[in-house]
Design a protein. Structure first.
Length: 364
């Protein structure tokens, strides 16, 4: 019997955002008869603990960002006889180690380079994208929005799009409430535009009483995210005092959080492929999202949700009020969203497409 092909992945040591949650779903569905995943990180943290709980072997490299770390990663790849290496972040160490080890490398990009790497100049951005192509046999983007940053469609490697996937949760009735409930599920970064959500909440609350709002999420480990989270909480103090607004953390196992809400709002700009939108769709909850980044690739306007002008709380408020006044739209859009998630973005289809790329790259 042929042994499974060993594939090395990386995961962030602390952040449990969209990239990490997708990787956890992905590893759970990867065909272990064909592929044996190994996951590396620079520190032991919650994401790596969750990987280990699934039975996947892991390794910690504390000198990950140093030259010694690249050497150790190269030795690890050779020792484990890996056949393929996949990077998931805008960090070059794993890709360099793979090339030193003479192993084929794939880069999976889940965000735009300007957000993922912090680069601002066009010249530096182009250099990063060129280096990604140089170090990789294949580049996989999770949306056409991310794909378009590679302005050279011809040449090697091929840059292709494989959207994130989701498993449909078991059917569960929505929690009953006298109030219309609006939620935003997002970690605390300015890109998510929490302030737009709070301003929209103020506008809607001034018009109707039986509506409540909630932000579900937490700050990242770095200080700037914690500082931003404090600003967001202060901004919502008045609505909180009125009992119209609440905050809570999002637990990785809390897959039924969406059934608490009648509608999910995502004001985020430059989002590549929102897991919050995808998870809401799979749960049958319509979404109001900014017409920005990869959001239009997920939300079909007036069919599975509503798209609004970016950075425009007034349009968000108008969309929420429309859904409050027309509850039949919520039911119709929710059912259409769930169908779209099942037919276009199922995790099993996503994994099979990745496996087809792995097979081709290894054979090549």
């Amino acid at each position: 019997m042929t042994k499974p092909i060993r594939v090395i992945f990386e995961i962030h040591p602390h952040t449990l955002g969209g990239t990490e949650r997708f990787l956890l779903r992905f590893l759970e569905r990867l065909d272990r008869r064909l592929y044996e995943p190994l996951v590396v990180s620079r520190e032991m943290g919650r994401p790596l603990q969750l990987v280990r709980s699934t039975g996947v072997r892991t390794e910690v490299f504390e000198d990950y960002f140093k030259s010694t770390g690249i050497v150790r990663l190269t030795e690890y790849m050779l020792k484990k006889r890996a056949a393929l290496v996949q990077s998931n972040y805008y960090c070059f160490n794993l890709a360099v180690a793979a090339n030193l080890a003479g192993m084929p490398h794939i880069w999976r990009l889940g965000g735009h380079v300007s957000l993922g790497s912090g680069l601002r100049s066009i010249k530096d951005t182009r250099r990063v994208l060129d280096l990604i192509r140089l170090l990789s046999r294949s580049v996989i983007c999770n949306s056409n929005y991310v794909r378009r940053q590679f302005c050279q469609p011809s040449g090697r490697p091929r840059v292709q799009v494989i959207p994130n996937g989701i498993a449909l949760p078991p059917f569960a009735e929505k929690e009953k409430s006298e109030d219309f409930r609006v939620g935003m599920i997002a970690h605390f970064t300015p890109q998510k535009r929490h302030m737009d959500f709070i301003r929209a909440a103020e506008l809607v609350s001034a018009t109707t009483e039986k509506v409540t709002f909630a932000i579900v999420g937490g700050p990242y480990a770095h200080a700037s995210s914690r500082s931003y989270a404090n600003k967001v909480r202060r901004r919502a103090e008045r609505l909180q005092q009125q009992g119209r607004f609440s905050f809570s953390e999002f637990a990785e196992a809390e897959s039924d959080v969406y059934r608490q809400f009648d509608v999910i709002v995502l004001p985020s700009i430059d989002e590549s492929f929102s897991n919050a939108i995808l998870e809401a769709m799979a749960s049958g909850v319509p979404v109001v999202a900014a017409r920005s980044g990869g959001n239009p690739e997920l939300v079909e306007h007036r069919k599975t949700g509503l798209l609004v002008k970016p950075m425009c709380p007034e349009e968000i408020a108008h969309a929420i009020l429309l859904l409050i006044r027309r509850p039949e739209l919520i039911d119709r859009m929710g059912r259409a969203a769930k169908r779209r998630a099942a037919t276009h973005f199922h995790i099993d289809d996503c994994v099979r497409r990745y496996e087809a790329v792995y097979s081709k790259v290894v054979a090549g």
